[in-house]
Design a protein around this ligand. Structure first.
Ligand code: MG
Length: 359
């Protein structure tokens, strides 16, 4: 077989050779437990393989080029529409998750592209106004709402003019099972709540490592927290700065997982407990702090108002195909959950706030 890219200018090598060589490279370089691009369980609809990119790499690219991915830029992580330039948004959160997940996958010789595709896609379905928005929409939608289900719906159905992104099974599985919540475990979840691939498990633990640390950083930036308030027992284990804590957690995940022969993603009890302690502290001190969440009460009223108003004007705003196939509730949910914070505010103003007359 010709070497990768050799003689491209002289003869027409079948381009599929490049993908096949990259797939073969996975066999040579990845750990036996890693997911293999060519062994994917496939897509919802069969497609001709890409001539140069293996499956998971192609999936990663599709996520980045999606509209839902770009909207993450204007969705809240913790602080609503922060004026400072250095606060996280849902997009920069996603990028930090992806960085941490890839670091872990690379050193464990697992499939980096699969890990990255899952990490970049995990929050695509997050509604406006962060966790507060999710709680509100969960109450509004009959049958409830969760962002990880909506992320899967976006990649399967809504993106690409309702064609979906047609991602590989392994990426969809990782996105659907990344959810963590207040009581979810970063590692050691029961099999039914755990991604089927070890790469999907990495995305889940990376999500928690990312948000626990960057949300502390943003809360300090916002004056909601003082680092001296952090539980000292957790600081003693993990370190005093964000970078020290991320490093402690990532190193622990890598060494514990290798120690367990890569059967699943692991953390030591000591680091896991310290991480959970920090997360519980964050819920108390930041996510449920009345000062940090004051604006979100207004967001709840805004989303509730839009929920009612949009139902009265289905022809104007909602996707008719969804109304016909799945009903009005599904169509309003999709529209509401897809909004950025600023779009929701602008639409509310448009629909509820009288405009001054101008000639
Ligand atoms: Mg996340």
């Amino acid at each position: 077989m010709a070497k990768y890219g050799a003689c491209l200018d002289k003869i027409a090598i079948p381009m599929s050779t490049i993908r096949e060589q990259l797939e073969a490279l996975e066999d040579e370089t990845l750990a036996p437990q890693a997911a293999r691009s060519r062994a994917s369980k496939g897509r919802l609809r069969q497609e001709t393989p890409d001539p140069i990119r293996p499956n998971f790499q192609r999936d990663r690219d599709r996520v980045i080029h999606s509209k839902a991915f770009r909207r993450l830029k204007h969705k809240t992580q913790v602080f609503f529409a922060p004026e400072g330039d250095h606060y996280r948004t849902r997009l920069t959160h996603t990028l930090e998750v992806s960085q941490i997940a890839r670091s872990i996958a690379k050193v464990l010789r697992l499939n980096e592209e699969l890990t990255e595709a899952i990490a970049l896609g995990h929050d695509l379905g997050h509604p406006p106004f962060g966790h507060a928005g999710e709680r509100v929409i969960d109450k509004l939608v009959p049958g409830g709402f969760s962002h990880h289900e909506q992320s899967l719906r976006i990649v399967d159905v809504l993106e690409n003019d309702r064609q979906g992104l047609n991602l590989s099974w392994e990426v969809r599985d990782g996105i659907a099972r990344h959810s963590k919540g207040k009581h979810g475990l970063p590692v050691g979840a029961p099999p039914e709540h755990r991604a089927s691939t070890i790469e999907g498990q990495i995305a889940r633990v990376a999500d928690i490592i990312a948000y626990v640390n960057h949300d502390i950083d943003d809360a300090v930036r916002a004056g909601v927290l003082d680092t001296r308030d952090l539980p000292q027992s957790a600081v003693a284990v993990l370190g005093g700065s964000s970078s020290q804590r991320i490093n402690s957690m990532v190193t622990d995940v890598v060494t514990e997982t290798l120690g367990g022969a890569l059967t699943e993603i692991r953390m030591s009890d000591l680091v896991l407990q310290a991480t959970l302690e920090l997360r519980e502290f964050l819920f108390r001190a930041v996510y449920e702090n009345p000062r940090a969440t004051a604006e979100f009460d207004k967001a709840a009223g805004l989303l509730g108002g839009l929920w009612d108003k949009l139902r009265q004007k289905p022809d104007q705003f909602l996707d008719q195909a969804t109304i016909e196939s799945e009903g009005l509730d599904a169509a309003v949910r999709d529209f509401l959950a897809g909004m950025t914070d600023r779009y929701a505010v602008a639409l509310f103003e448009d629909l509820f706030v009288p405009r001054s007359w101008s000639v």
